[in-house]
Design a protein around this ligand. Structure first.
Ligand code: ADQ
Length: 486
């Protein structure tokens, strides 16, 4: 792919992820960038804005064939955000979008890494396109890199990129961060291309995870499949193989706490949160926000709500559940079918349980902008974050960061990576519908002093870990280790 422009050689930090945080305007420059919703973009963008650097990724454009992709890469789309982050866009072909992104990424790796082995689909053609897109991204990055550059690769879409960068001759530092869980070895080993993905990751100097459990799974899996020595050093674990050492570390992600606190103190946002509250009258307010995904436990949560009204008839007509679901991956049949199920369940529960002037579930199927999201966080009595499995989960931390008033309760799944960071939350097993119902009831019944005590505990933890400190931690790791080892 010799046609890639060498516009900024020597850029010190280059981030690469499947998706840019914005769908960039067309090559002719018309239109404005449209922001994408998701955990990765919400955390990486403030970190990069603080450090400076270039972000390479798919810009949302889909072209008919490879010739069109090559032509587009001759003058790749660049854009600088108001926060000063520079973006460089790469396109996908229609086939790649279908088979690499919706196929291998979303229908094989996503369920596999979240332990939903029954949903996994392995197709060789989809893996071939995964390899091809990883190579393109590596080439686009390399064209921007100088010898002093550090390349920070993000997430399961691009696990081959570190190895391809090495193959193409890049000798600088490569960091990799996995935003989702790393599954137990016996699950990962079902993947026909397990060796390729492992060697992809082991080519990075640093491989970081949200949680100790994910790192443990990774280290054990690598040990079982590749000849290597495992060398713990400080907080890191060195995996020493024939081609070098890769340092595995744990760096839980943080959020842009300042921004959530600032919005939560903004008079217009506070006024909006009061309007939300008054729209629900005297009723207690339960709130959830998720991407539409079977890992997020949306349907199980509805069942817990039904159970709550069975166990506590006094809450019938006295509690409203507002659930805001962002459309996601609607090209994948699994997700379209989930959407139909969610719609049906909301209709059924409201039909069966509603009474004069009251419906238990207020369902919105759209993205909220951040001001609106914070207004809802502020208005809620209880936030329900009950994924069946989640690498970390940012919604829980965002809710806590927004509660500058020190009030509000959080019901949180023990299967979210963030669960052991939030000791003041009511931890639940999301599969235990009765247990979740009981936790919601407890959260609603809690005295103000207990609520405030728990929230204060959580706020201390959330404020101690920001998006910027997370990036500093990730990027200091392999270098620090190399020095320590020397
Ligand atoms: P996601 O699976 O996208 O992230 P999560 O961490 O919860 O999950 O982030 C979702 C983001 O979307 C949050 O920042 C939230 O504010 C936003 N969001 C959710 N519902 C919304 C709505 N209705 N309107 C607008 N915005 C909404 C992946 C992993 C996670 C990991 C992150 C970061 O799956 O486990 O925490 O990456 O590493």
């Amino acid at each position: 792919m010799s046609s890639v422009q060498h516009a900024k050689p020597g850029e010190p930090l280059i981030v690469v992820s499947n998706r840019l945080p914005y769908n960039l305007p067309s090559a002719s420059g018309s239109g404005t960038p449209r922001r994408n919703v998701g955990g990765l973009v919400n955390a990486v963008e403030p970190a990069l804005a603080a450090r400076g650097g270039l972000w390479v990724g798919w810009d949302g454009s889909v072209l008919p064939n490879l010739a069109a992709v090559d032509a587009s890469l001759a003058g790749p789309r660049r854009w600088v955000s108001p926060e000063g982050v520079e973006f460089l866009g790469a396109p996908l072909t229609e086939r790649e979008l279908a088979r690499y992104y919706h196929g291998f990424c979303n229908a094989a790796l996503w369920p596999l890494f979240h332990d939903f082995i029954g949903k996994v689909r392995y197709l060789p053609e989809e893996y071939a396109l995964y390899e091809r897109v990883n190579r393109r991204m590596a080439e686009v990055v390399l064209a921007q890199a100088g010898p002093a550059s550090r390349i920070w690769v993000h997430d399961f879409h691009l696990m081959r990129v570190p190895a391809i960068l090495r193959e193409l001759g890049f000798r600088g530092l490569i960091n990799f961060f996995l935003h989702i869980p790393f599954p137990p070895g016996e699950i990962f080993r079902t993947l026909p291309w397990r060796d390729q993905l492992l060697s992809g990751l082991l080519a990075a100097d640093g491989v970081a995870f949200h949680h100790e459990r994910y790192r443990e799974n990774f280290v054990r899996t690598a040990q079982g499949l590749v000849p290597l020595d495992v060398v713990p050093l400080g907080k890191q674990i060195g995996l020493v193989g024939s081609t070098g050492t890769s340092w595995a570390s744990v760096s839980p992600i943080g959020i842009d706490v300042e921004d959530f606190e600032r919005l939560a103190g903004d008079p217009a946002v506070i006024a909006r949160s009061r309007r939300i509250r008054s729209a629900h009258g005297e009723r207690r307010l339960l709130f959830a926000a998720d991407r539409l995904d079977y890992t997020k436990g949306i349907r199980k949560r509805f069942h817990a709500l039904e159970r709550l009204f069975d166990l506590r008839p006094d809450l019938v007509g006295r509690a409203d559940f507002v659930t805001v679901v962002v459309p996601s991956r609607h090209q994948v049949e699994e997700y379209r079918s989930l959407k139909r199920d969610v719609d049906r369940e909301v209709g059924r529960i409201n039909g069966e349980r509603g009474e004069d002037g009251w419906l238990p579930i207020h369902y919105r199927y759209r993205a909220l902008d951040r001001r609106e999201l914070v207004a809802h966080y502020l208005a809620a009595d209880v936030a329900l974050v009950t994924p069946l499995r989640d690498g970390m989960n940012l919604v829980a931390s965002e809710f806590v960061a927004s509660r500058v008033d020190g009030d509000g309760a959080l019901v949180l799944s023990e299967f979210a990576g963030v669960s052991d960071r939030l000791p003041g939350a009511m931890l639940v097993n999301p599969y235990d519908v009765d247990g979740v119902a009981a936790a919601i009831a407890h959260a609603l019944d809690m005295s103000e002093s207990e609520r405030r005590g728990r929230m204060a505990q959580m706020r201390r933890r959330v404020r101690a870990l920001t998006a910027v400190s997370w990036a500093d931690d990730c990027l200091s790791s392999p270098g620090a280790c190399a020095e320590g080892a020397a």
